[in-house]
Write a protein that binds this ligand. Sequence first.
Ligand code: FE2
Length: 293
Amino acid sequence: MKLTPRSSLGADVHDIDLRSISVREAQALKAAVYEHKLLVFHGVDLDEADYVAMARKFGVPQRYFQRHYHHPDFPQIFVSNNVPMGGNKVGVAGTGRMWHSDYQFFPEPLPLTFVMPKIVPSGGTRGTVFVDMVAALRDLPNDLRDAIVGTRCFHDAVYYYKVQPFDIDKGIGELMEEFHREAPGALHPTVIEHPVSGRQALYVSSGFTQRIDRVSHEQSRLLLTRLFEFLEDPARVHQATWEPGVLLFWDNRQLMHRATGQLHGQPSRSYRIGIYDGTPFYPGLPVTGENQP
Ligand SMILES: [Fe+2]
């Protein structure tokens, strides 16, 4: 295996057969993703069963709370896709185009994410872009840092629910109620500590973060607007381009991300597997549900 840190963010990994890695090697790669925040594997050739088997060596693969995202044979695979499979609509098209951290709106967010592009549109700009939330906190203007340290933010994903064929004839209010029954939103610290490295990181995103808790509406809007402008400055944004044979693996505690570069109507498919790594998302947060070692 050859791991080469990028000059900007993350590291490239070559010469590794992910199909045959041991649990011990997976632990070493997990340590590498905590260190480098993003790993980009090259020369990857895994079918669905291989992919799920590999993911199990890193922790517990998530089953996304909405089943219509699931791969029909592998519920651990979250399918972002606009190309019919066996004549059927599978997965959801155009996911994750807003800045976010995966499952930020759940009481227990998702620690680690794999994304494997399966159908890559032409043009070479399809990919995932990232912002380093550790560096962002370090570089934040002092007055903004002082204003948000010690606060908590409320996160909600309802505004990104993608209406499905089975939703026809339902009202918007009904759809929102149904969504909130399963995912009512969650409060998390605005600055989180990494449970492994102790690094501090900002934990907000313009996609999911709705407000700062126990702060006036006006003050909350003002601070979040400043934070999002700071975070989304193009100088902070790093691209990982999708190409055949690439597999992305990142740490949601230290990065926010969004999907980018798909022109309307171009075919695209990617397979995501979320990993619960058996560690609290941040110190003090209970490890529950699927997130068991
Ligand atoms: Fe995502």
